[in-house]
Ligand binder design. Sequence first.
Ligand code: HSE
Length: 426
Amino acid sequence: MKKVNIGIIGLGTIGKGVYKILLQRREFFKRKYGIDFHIAKVCDKNAKIRKRLNIKPKIFTSSFQNVISDKNIDVVIELIGGINPARDIILRSLQSGKKVITANKALLSQDLSLILSAAKKNKTQIRFEASVCGGIPIIKSLTEGLVCDRIESMVGIINGTSNYILSRMMQEECSFFEALAEARKKGFAERNPSLDIKGFDSAHKLSILAYLAFGKYVSQKDIYVKGIEDISPLDIKYAKELGLVIKLLAIAKKVDKNVLEVRVHPALIPRIHPLANVGGVFNAVYVKGELVGDMLFFGKGAGQMPTASAVISDLFDLAMGKGSAESPQKDIIKKIKRIDNIQSKYYIRFMAIDKPGVLAKISGVLAKRKISIASVTQTERQRARVVPVVMLTHDVREKDIRLALEEIDRLAIIRKNSVVIHREEF
Ligand code: HSE
């Protein structure tokens, strides 16, 4: 029987889940796989948790030093999150030859190259399936299942909180703040949900996925990020009428042999696209491979048991001698395209005075910038003299649309800043 001595650091939601599963399924894992996962040490800075979880005093510690200096421990599971001391725990564990599992997306998005090379240098391994999309085995799929393919694009809904808020706004036609309050009440949103709603949580996860899919480490500063706070019920209503659904998308796609686009922003997608039906707190990643074609990975992106199950799948890989989660792709990406230069379709809403010649003025500016219009909708004027004019464009360079809108917003016929939202077809 193979015995694996484990040290768990951090007994938050996921840590507790991992602890419980390892205890409850220990005999099953022994019987079915011939592996004895033995919890040698458990660490949490809150010592009161020991009694609550009925952890034996001799395996409990409040100091992570006691875990990383324990020579018997084979695998350290870091689940405290944040940058420090998680970074120190991971690097020191690797330096002492221990294998490491982490779910720490913020840290990996910042220090992935450093951590992977520390594992290599010390002839040990690190795995991080739980860092992206909770229970969905997307990392394993990219590093193993798709090992011989070349990924062309990856479009994900990888933040459950934002997806819940946008789904509620679509269904209930409520405001962003009402939907956020509801997400908080149901316990979906964190006490400080700003990383989620501003798009940074998605960007952290996207940099990990982009590395695995394209072999290129993309730092946070190279990812264009826009959150969902400015999405208004009015635009959701018009989008719906146009057969579109709004999602916070994390996109990484090869646009040339060695050029990558990496961006996170709200986008309108056709109602019939599989990602449009990913509602509530669910996550999904739509991957296009050169050989395999289109794939959709769908499931729970957070929560105690889905995420704990991803941690334990890493434990199996390490116990069975699989290496670190490395990108199977060669580093052929040389350049990240700047957001100004990307080509996209757009939804634009102008708030204009309703009088003859208004559309001619707007379209004149768009024509000057070679922006081609796919459709125009103007709602019937009621009492107000200002009416929304909604346009969909064909593919346009981002910079051109921004310059055109700046010019249009200066016209006397325009009464409010225009709204622009990406439109994706993939
Ligand atoms: N805050 C994250 C989300 C949790 O809303 O998806 C999982 O990383």
